[in-house]
Design a protein around this ligand. Structure first.
Ligand code: ZN
Length: 351
């Protein structure tokens, strides 16, 4: 027993950035799913009915035969962002617990009402954006209860977290990631940046404006960061399409990150250089009507360049939307329905 404990602590020293959980031999329990070391299990986190209808969140827990950190991977926070959902199905097939150090919690679809209801941004049940209601409420509406359940069952049990997003069902997006240093814990801020690189991203939006108050953490990853757990938001995919290259980017990103965390055999390969976008802006619609974009995802634009134009629902009038600064199009809404205040496009620039 003592020798086994010594071997485990030596492994811990070799594990680089990874934290090693002391209760490595104990089963990992997430919702109704229990996985003992060396095994995988799938099932659900139940979100009971409350002020509105309930749901259940599909999860897989892969518990490695060897000790190591707990990595949480969350797909489907926005229901039309399907590329990560499909990617985690492949990760589930490929993740052999015999080869894994630590554990991986796969949240296959964080937001089932939005996924099955085919909605963009908002839940069809309560009209809320799941990635704006963290850390959630046990007695709230369904999006708030989902956030509460994920905070308790997934975020609190993880050491590292990735929230895997894409352009939503209406958004044509080129891959990028968010680095959101809070300036409270240099270790967490630094690990967060390195996780983004290990996931394979070389275009990084730097957002230092995220809330510092846990009670209004707002975002999935910000909830983890405020608990001292390095966490990143990735963006790979667009328009609700199961594009193979985007599914592959998500799968490769997960395994690259697991190698860097020393959870999976093989060398981590980080991009040689990265571009940091410290200036960014989501352009929003001044009116309700129809939108026709004039740019593509990833396109470089000059200051004042035409991004697209709006008309009223009859096709009359022409309101042009122009780039407020020179940069590149991270995403552009590529479908016509447009409501006042909703995003049209996101631009980023290094300065
Ligand atoms: Zn999203």
């Amino acid at each position: 027993m003592a020798r086994a404990a010594l071997a485990l602590s030596l492994l811990a020293l070799l594990a680089g950035p990874a934290q090693v959980r002391s209760q490595a031999a104990a089963p990992l329990i997430v919702g109704a799913v229990t996985a003992v070391p060396g095994r995988s299990a799938s099932g659900y986190i139940e979100v009971p009915a409350g002020v509105d209808s309930g749901t259940r969140i599909p999860v897989t827990v892969v518990h490695g035969a060897r000790s190591g950190p707990v990595l949480a991977l969350i797909a489907g926070t926005h229901g039309a962002e399907v590329q990560a959902v499909l990617a985690l199905q492949r990760v589930r097939r490929e993740l052999d617990p015999a080869r894994l150090s630590g554990a991986v919690v796969l949240v296959h679809v964080a937001n089932p009402p939005s996924f099955y209801g085919r909605t963009v941004y908002y839940s069809p049940v309560d009209g809320k954006n799941l990635n704006r209601v963290y850390p959630g409420r046990a007695d709230g509406t369904v999006s708030e209860r989902i956030a509460w359940a994920i905070t308790r069952e997934v975020i609190e049990k993880a050491d590292y977290l990735v929230d895997l997003h894409a352009g939503d069902g209406n958004e044509s997006l080129r891959p990028y990631a968010y680095w959101t240093p809070l300036g409270r814990d240099a270790r967490v801020d630094s690990l967060q940046r390195e996780m983004i690189l290990a996931f394979g991203h070389d275009l990084i939006v730097v957002d230092t404006t995220r809330p510092r108050d846990f009670a209004s953490s707002v975002y999935t990853t910000n909830t983890a960061l405020l608990l001292g757990k390095p966490a990143i938001t990735t963006e790979n995919g667009y328009l609700g399409e199961p594009a193979e290259a985007m599914i592959r980017r998500n799968v490769d990103g997960v395994f690259g990150l697991m190698r860097w965390l020393r959870m999976w055999p093989g060398e981590a390969r980080l991009p040689r250089s990265a571009t940091y976008l410290r200036r960014f802006e989501v352009l929003r619609s001044p009116l309700t009507g129809t939108w026709l974009p004039a740019v593509e995802r990833g396109q470089a634009v000059a200051a004042g360049a035409l991004i697209g134009h709006l008309t009223d629902v009859f096709g009359d009038g022409r309101t042009e939307v122009r780039a407020p600064f020179a940069g590149q199009v991270l995403y552009v809404v590529a479908t016509p329905p447009m409501s006042r205040g909703e995003p049209l496009a996101m631009l980023g620039a290094e300065r």
